[in-house]
Write a protein that binds this ligand. Structure first.
Ligand code: ZN
Length: 415
C-alpha cells in the first residue's frame, strides 16, 4: 500500500526518492499550497527574490537551523540522534532557514499529538485544517512544504516540511521490508544508519530548493508555465541527493556517537537505502541495454531504452506506460564524470536560478551540450565500450573529505 501511495504522491512532486532503483520511498513532495496560484506573467527577481535574500534563504551557515517538532513524549535518544546528524550535515552542506521536521505518533491520542496540529497550522500546512492524528497520518509526506506568505510576492516564506510518523524514525526499515524486528532489537545501529541516510537525503533537497529561490525547483510549482521554474528533472534532484547522502555517510559516520564501536567495511558500508553510482548498477544496466542478460538493476532494461524529455517530469517518468529501466538515473554520475561532483552538487545550483539559464542552461554552460545533445550523448554512452567495463573516472564521489573536492560554502548568489 505504501508503495502505491508513494507513486501517487510522486506524480506531483519536487523530489521523490529515485525509488525505481532503490528502496528509498522518500516521496518528497511538491509545495502543498496549491491554493496560491501563480500568474502567467510572473517575473523573477522582484519583491519575492528581495524578500528571500533578506532572510538569507540561500546563504549557507553553520548554525543549527533545523526545527524538530514532535508529539508529547518523543524519545529523547531520537532527538539526540537527529541533532547529531543534522549538526554534522550543517558543517558539510551548510544550514538554511525554514526546515521543519515534524514527527507525530499515530499510536498516541490526539491530545498527545496536539503540538503537531498547532505547528502545522502555524505553518499553514494544508490550510491548517489537520486536527486529528488520523488527518495528519493521511497527509504524511517527506519532503513536502508550505508557504506562510503568498508565494512569488514580497510576503513569500517557503518552508520545507518532513511530516512523518515516529515509527519512521524508530524503525526506518520497516516500511520497505528490509529490516526485521529482530534486527531492530539486536543491531539498532542498522536502523540508525538508514535513518541517517534518509536525513541527509531530505536535507539535501532543502538545499536544492534554497537555491531555486522564488522560481521553484521544478515545474510542479507552476505546471502551466514550467519555464518560470528552474525545471530541474527528477534524475538530477534525486541523483544528486542520493550520491550526496552516501558520500556524506562514508566520510562522516565516525562523527556520530551512536555509531561508536561499529566499522565501515563490515558494518555501515553494507547498509544502503539508495545508490546511483555503484559500479554494479552501472554494469548491470549497460549489460541489459547492450543486449546481454537483464539481471539485477538491469532487469527492466532492454536495448530499446532511450533517455529523453519523458524523464524531465515525475508524472511522465513514472507513468504506467513509461519505460521501467532506471538507466536515466545514471545521468547524474555521467554528468559528474564529464564535469565534476563540484559541478553536480554546487555549480549547477549556483547557476540555475539565472533567468537565462534554468537547469538546462546550467547544464549547457558546464558541458557545452544543449538538452538534446546531452540526451544523444548519454544514450550513446550507455552503449559504448564493453558491458564489463568499469565506470569512467569521476563516476563516484572521491573518498576523503568533501573539502578536497567540493565547497558547499562557496555558494550563494547575492544578485
Ligand atoms: Zn528524494
Amino acid at each position: 500500500m505504501k508503495k502505491v501511495i508513494s507513486i501517487i504522491l510522486c506524480i506531483v512532486i519536487i523530489g521523490c526518492g529515485g525509488d525505481s532503483i532503490n528502496n528509498q520511498s522518500s516521496s518528497d513532495q511538491k509545495q502543498s499550497s496549491d491554493k496560491k496560484q501563480d500568474s502567467d506573467s510572473y517575473q523573477w527577481g522582484g519583491p519575492a527574490l528581495d524578500k528571500l535574500i533578506s532572510i538569507d534563504f540561500n546563504v549557507p551557515s553553520k548554525e543549527f537551523k533545523q526545527q524538530l517538532v514532535t508529539h508529547k513524549g518523543f524519545p529523547e535518544e531520537h532527538r539526540q540522534f537527529f541533532n547529531e546528524v543534522h549538526t554534522n550535515i550543517n558543517q558539510v552542506v551548510g544550514s538554511y532557514p525554514n526546515y521543519f521536521y515534524v514527527v507525530y505518533n499515530k499510536d498516541l491520542s490526539n491530545e498527545d499529538n496536539e503540538p503537531i496540529f498547532q505547528k502545522l497550522k502555524d505553518l499553514d500546512f494544508k490550510d491548517g485544517r489537520l486536527k486529528t492524528v488520523a488527518d495528519v497520518h493521511d497527509q504524511r509526506n517527506c519532503l513536502t512544504g508550505s508557504n506562510t506568505g503568498q508565494r512569488r510576492t514580497a510576503s513569500t516564506n517557503p518552508i520545507s516540511i518532513c511530516l512523518e510518523d515516529l515509527k519512521n524514525l524508530t524503525w526506518y526499515g520497516h516500511q520497505y521490508g528490509d529490516s526485521s524486528q529482530e534486527e531492530l532489537q539486536n543491531e539498532p545501529w542498522k536502523n540508525l544508519t538508514r535513518l541517517a541516510l534518509h536525513y541527509a537525503h531530505e536535507y539535501f533537497h532543502h538545499y536544492q530548493r534554497a537555491h531555486s529561490l522564488d522560481r521553484g525547483l521544478d515545474y510542479q510549482r507552476d505546471q502551466d508555465n514550467p519555464q518560470t521554474t528552474i525545471y530541474a528533472p527528477p534524475w538530477w534532484v534525486e541523483g544528486a541527493a542520493i550520491a550526496f547522502q552516501n558520500a556524506w555517510l562514508r566520510q562522516h559516520w565516525q562523527d556520530i556517537s551512536f555509531f561508536d564501536g561499529q566499522t565501515w567495511e563490515d558494518g555501515l558500508g553494507n547498509i544502503s537505502i539508495a545508490n546511483v553510482t555503484h559500479p554494479w548498477f552501472y554494469k548491470e544496466i549497460r549489460q541489459a541495454i547492450m543486449g546481454g542478460p537483464a539481471e539485477g538493476r538491469g532487469r527492466d532494461c532492454t536495448p530499446d531504452f532511450t533517455m529523453g524529455p519523458w524523464t524531465e517530469r515525475y508524472e511522465t517518468e513514472r507513468a504506467p506506460d513509461a519505460d521501467k529501466c532506471p538507466a536515466f538515473m545514471m545521468a547524474t554520475p555521467y554528468l559528474a564524470s564529464l564535469t565534476s561532483w563540484q559541478t553536480v552538487w554546487i555549480d549547477i545550483p549556483r547557476d540555475f536560478y539565472n533567468l537565462e539559464l534554468g537547469f538546462w542552461g546550467a547544464i549547457e554552460k558546464h558541458t557545452g551540450m544543449d538538452t538534446q545533445t546531452f540526451y544523444d550523448n548519454f544514450n550513446a554512452f550507455l552503449r559504448s565500450g564493453d558491458p564489463e567495463d568499469d565506470p569512467p573516472p569521476g563516476w563516484q564521489p572521491q573518498p576523503g573529505p568533501f573539502t578536497n573536492y567540493v565547497d558547499f560554502f562557496d555558494l550563494h548568489r547575492t544578485n
